[in-house]
Write a protein that binds this ligand. Structure first.
Ligand code: ZN
Length: 306
């Protein structure tokens, strides 16, 4: 038995050295296919004993892979709410200690999702804008585009994500198609969380405040950059408590909820954007678990010891 144990040890030891001899490429594990519904996310894990970096690309978007333990990398990949259903490709560039970078492709299927349709009528002229309002809206669009143009290169967040308001309903109003006076409008690109005016709205995760303002449609707004192309947005706020450039921790109060902007009642409109895909923020709560992050397990342990 002892000899067998020693033999096993030697075999395992040699196997660990093998990647250095060029056999490493075959030892990398990655999903052979992936699929995601419009507005949803999927986690992609890639691992290999000598992996030191993974770069991803989906269409023209860079997909950020973060280290998730030795030789292990993960990414969350989303499909835009209006992404064209069908086949796409997630390209991977794998870099190891001992080899030239390898390219891999994961067939990535975007699946159509059935979103609820809401039809309603408003007084004619409701959305007829003055030239000043149109000019303001144009400036605001540019401000959002600038905020989204650059994301911190590293992941700032730690799993899990938390709800920005203590809201219990799980049904999402994300993606609902609105038809106003018979004309289809842009889909709802966030989730509305019911919250009485004056409720504290907290950061769903660590991040950097990249946009604060009072906007025509969105009212009092805060945009957080969580790094790696992930942003969360909080609209219809009153009493903004953070400034642009501030670093916030998960749970920090950003503002109070209100009914600013073009809305009929107080609630929080919560949005998320991942590599320029508009995704349902509730996906971050349900599909990014603490178990996915080695760092987070450590943090939780430290917290319970205190
Ligand atoms: Zn909304």
């Amino acid at each position: 038995m002892k000899a067998l144990g020693l033999l096993l040890f030697v075999v395992v030891f040699l196997a660990r050295l093998m990647p250095a001899q060029g056999a490493g490429a075959a030892r990398v594990a990655w999903p052979k296919t992936a699929e995601v519904f419009q507005g949803e996310i999927v986690e992609i894990k890639v691992s290999g004993p000598d992996l030191v970096a993974v770069e991803g690309r989906l269409g023209k978007e860079k997909i950020y892979f973060y280290p998730n333990g030795p030789g292990s990398f993960s990414a969350i990949v989303g499909a835009d709410v209006e992404a064209k259903p069908g086949a796409a490709k997630l390209s991977l560039k794998l870099s190891g200690w001992s080899r030239v970078p390898q390219q891999r492709e994961i067939p990535f299927k975007i699946k159509a999702k059935t979103f609820r349709k809401e039809s309603f009528s408003v007084a004619p002229g409701f959305d007829r804008m003055t030239p000043e309002a149109l000019e303001q809206i144009r400036h605001e669009r540019e401000a959002f585009a600038r905020a989204f143009a650059a994301s911190a290169p590293e992941r700032l967040w730690d799993a899990p994500f938390i709800r920005p308001v203590p809201h219990e309903a799980s049904a999402s109003s994300f993606g609902w198609r609105r038809i106003i006076n018979g004309a289809p409008r842009a889909p709802h690109t966030g989730t509305d969380l019911s919250s009485p005016a004056g409720t504290e709205v907290v950061a769903a995760n660590h991040g950097k405040v990249v946009l604060v303002g009072d906007f025509f449609f969105a009212g009092g707004s805060v945009v957080l950059d969580h790094g790696g192309g992930l942003f969360t947005m909080y609209f219809l706020l009153s009493d903004l408590k953070v400034g642009e450039g501030a670093l916030v921790q998960k749970g920090d109060v950003l503002a109070l909820s209100g009914a600013t902007g073009r809305v009929t009642g107080a609630h929080l409109h919560w949005g998320a954007r991942l590599a320029n895909a508009r995704i349902d923020p509730l996906e971050l709560l349900s599909k990014v678990s603490a178990a996915d992050s080695g760092r987070e397990v450590e943090t939780i342990t430290n917290k319970t010891e205190k």
